[in-house]
Design a protein around this ligand. Structure first.
Ligand SMILES: [Zn+2]
Length: 242
């Protein structure tokens, strides 16, 4: 059976009302003050930055967001029996909310749906921490050890989790079809994964509104809106033989 690897970026979630935070035109990239809220050194050294960060999380568009047709199409591909893995740059958890098995999703930049203690590494639900913020705690600390809590996302100035990266690499090399969707393929490691997939014999399909540096390696590039183009593409892949 053909393994389909899907690399998803911010573009797959914009139809769910989630803005592009980290891309070249992203909100955080264009607003250095806002970027401080998600920069590790500022976050760790300044309680005021943490207070503002929690308020931003509380108000973030992520919480009301629902999966869109593109997320649902990926989940449907799994249900059709096609082996599928998702490597996502997104932290919104919308692939899982669309019904895709959590074990099929590699979250390259972590998840905004959990928090992690920076001292003892205990993880817990973001909802529980935001409830504490709502109840008046400006900078909730770890209930286990009292350490500083942060969202379980990869902040600016933090390295990607090497185990997560290794898993993404293994999936990329094993894939026969590699679909890059809603990503500009200009941020590492996403960009290099597309090239590695091709080196290992995968067919590359790029679904993105704008051209990417990998378009000329791609067997197919799709410029149409993701919410209609991806379901059509995956439907075709799931019925292909051989
Ligand atoms: Zn702790």
């Amino acid at each position: 059976m053909t393994l389909v690897a899907i690399l998803s970026g911010a573009g797959i979630s914009t139809d769910s009302g989630i803005p592009d935070y980290r891309g070249p035109q992203g909100l955080w990239t264009k607003d250095p003050e806002a970027e401080k809220l998600v920069t590790y050194d500022f976050y760790m050294s300044d309680p005021e930055i943490r207070r503002r960060s929690w308020l931003m999380r509380r108000d973030a568009a992520t919480w009301g967001a629902e999966p869109n047709a593109a997320h649902r199409a990926v989940a449907a591909l799994e249900r059709s029996g096609t082996p599928v893995r998702v490597l996502t740059q997104n932290i919104d958890g919308l692939h899982q909310r669309a019904g895709l098995s959590a074990r099929k999703v590699v979250e390259l930049h972590g998840t905004a749906r959990e928090v992690v203690c920076t001292r003892c590494h205990a993880r817990s639900a973001m909802d529980d921490t935001l409830a504490r913020v709502e109840a008046g705690e400006a900078d909730p600390s770890c209930t286990v050890c009292g350490g500083i809590l942060k969202p379980a996302t990869v902040m600016f100035g933090e390295r990607l989790d090497p185990e997560v990266l290794a898993e993404a690499m293994a999936i990329t090399k094993a894939s026969q079809v590699f679909v890059a969707v809603g990503t500009t393929l200009q941020v590492q490691p996403a960009a290099s994964l597309a090239g590695i997939a091709v080196e290992h014999g995968a067919r590359l399909v790029v679904v993105n509104a704008e051209p990417t540096p990998y378009d000329e390696l791609a067997e197919e590039t799709v410029r149409e809106p993701i919410a209609t183009a991806l379901p059509a593409l995956l439907e075709r892949l799931s019925t292909e033989r051989g």
